[in-house]
Design a protein around this ligand. Sequence first.
Ligand code: GSH
Length: 322
Amino acid sequence: MGLLVDGQWVDKWYDTKSTGGRFVRTQTRFRNWITADGAPGPSGEGGFPAEAGRYHLYVSLACPWAHRTLIMRALKKLEDVISVSVVDPFMGEEGWVFADHAARRSAGATADSVLGMKRLYEVYLAADPAYSGRVTVPVLWDRRRSTIVSNESAEIIRMLNSAFDAFTGEHHDYYPPALRAEIDAVNARVYDSVNNGVYKAGFATTQDAYEEAVAALFAELDALEQRLAGRQWLVGGTLTEADIRLFTTLIRFDPVYVGHFKCNIRRIADYPNLSLLTKALHALPGVAETVNLTHIKRHYYESHKTINPTGIVPVGPQVWWG
Ligand SMILES: N[C@@H](CCC(=O)N[C@@H](CS)C(=O)NCC(=O)O)C(=O)O
């Protein structure tokens, strides 16, 4: 695991010394938007019009942020419009690598079918030879301009939701204007305490930082459980991106976050309403195919050597969501 500094790969774990043992996520760098007509989006520059066969997603099946993009691609039926490459689940000293370069190839991982690179950081360097920063998935690549459109999952799912309607028969809006304020409010809480909260607990290097993160995480899970009493979805009686964003953490929770990240006050299986939400999303057409428990468990337990030095991957738990 590492990062690029002025175009050079440096093998380095997260630095929590300067932040009192707290894990602080860095800001995402490529922030352009694909739009229906190529007009600029809320950030970045224009010139990325929606087209079939032009854009490519680099993902990890282990990663909850990348998982959002795969779910949105499946729900919007964009499989034939946007292609995908999948990195190997093990993130070692070279960071994310593609299947043909992996030490122990895992079913479901692929080669880089666009650029033929061995390592994901080479894709970043193809976009910017002097790039400095973390090399994360997901990455949305533009074949035409040979650059990265975006590496911010929250924005990529909105592009997939709204820009490609001319190329799909599936027009459900997962971020409808009338619900945006409420979706944004739910997303903000879920992001801070749950999606990122599990990482804050797991990557903490002081007892205080860990306990603070776990307390906030379970307070928010308890609040979400209450919110879901008598309703199927988080916002507005309809499936929205807020549900998708919560789901990718929920599905990893019992198999990984309870043990590996020590988020063990309760399991999601102990929350009836959160369990129902997990099952409902998993049952949607195309979603189960985006869930790969082998990649999920292998990535976390094998890659984070400071947390799990033996690299042993637990056998359980039994799957309860479908
Ligand atoms: N803000 C990014 C975060 C993505 C992210 O952190 N991905 C993780 C995998 S779960 C990653 O690639 N980490 C590599 C690293 O930090 O070096 C997003 O949501 O798209």
